[in-house]
Design a protein around this ligand. Structure first.
Ligand code: ZN
Length: 69
């Protein structure tokens, strides 16, 4: 899961993301999110990045990515 500075989470392969742009400080990411982590993330339940910029936390889902889930 890739977390942008805006707090929006994307999934690998999202057309909104240029892979070469995915690096700190703009992005943080979680390589192996737990099952259901995508569905659970919300402003009251942020998902924190574990790699890249680990100060990033996702509070919302990319709608395009969400449609694939
Ligand atoms: Zn996306």
């Amino acid at each position: 899961m890739i977390i942008h500075a805006s707090g929006k989470a994307h999934l690998p392969g999202c057309t909104h993301i240029v892979p070469s742009d995915v690096r700190p400080p703009v992005y943080g990411w979680v390589l192996a999110p737990s099952p259901g982590a995508w569905r659970r993330l919300s402003p009251s339940h942020p998902l924190c990045a574990t790699q890249g910029n680990t100060r990033r936390a996702a509070v919302g889902r990319c709608e395009t990515c969400d449609a694939t889930q």
